[in-house]
Ligand binder design. Structure first.
Ligand code: CA2
Length: 145
């Protein structure tokens, strides 16, 4: 089972500001958590981060035929990007959405998730633990669908 994890803009800055929202762990810790979770679950994983919408669209397109499923935190593009939604729909790979913070309790402009419309499940407000749960859910989903 080969999984692609995609992180959107500014998530590479994790741990340097806004610890109340995003915790104190840095981006390297996120990558380690994902890699360790996948190692224990017997899954292969690639972790990709970009600050550019088009690069994320390209990566989703390239996933077809290469990966079995996607875990995605599109960050701010969650609330704006129909292009990422369309790419997820186009490749039609099972995708799980993750948000570190609880976006449901934040500003009105964060209440819409375009990417989420193409995802089988969303985890939010669990910190980095959300990535672990998303990966394990995706494994279960892929085994049963
Ligand atoms: O909660 C999440 O995971 C978000 O996807 C994070 C995005 C935000 O725009 C979404 O509404 C919710 C922001 C990521 C920015 O990360 C930072 C990291 C360090 C310092 C400042 C921001």
């Amino acid at each position: 089972m080969n999984i692609l994890v995609i992180n959107g803009p500014n998530l590479n800055l994790l741990g340097i500001r806004e610890p109340d929202l995003y915790g104190r762990q840095d981006y390297a810790a996120l990558v380690s958590l994902v890699e360790e979770t996948c190692r224990q679950a017997g899954m292969d994983v690639e972790v990709f981060q970009s600050n550019h919408e088009g690069a994320i669209v390209d990566k989703i397109q390239e996933a077809l035929g290469k990966f079995d499923g996607i875990v995605i935190n599109p960050a701010a593009y969650t609330h704006t990007s129909v292009a990422i939604l369309d790419a997820l729909k186009a490749v039609a790979l099972p995708a799980v959405e993750v948000h570190i913070s609880d976006v449901s309790q934040r500003e009105d402009f964060r209440q819409i998730s375009y990417a989420g419309m193409a995802c089988v499940k969303t985890y939010m407000g669990l910190g980095l633990e959300g990535y672990r749960q998303a990966l394990l859910y995706l494994k279960e989903y892929l085994q049963t669908h």
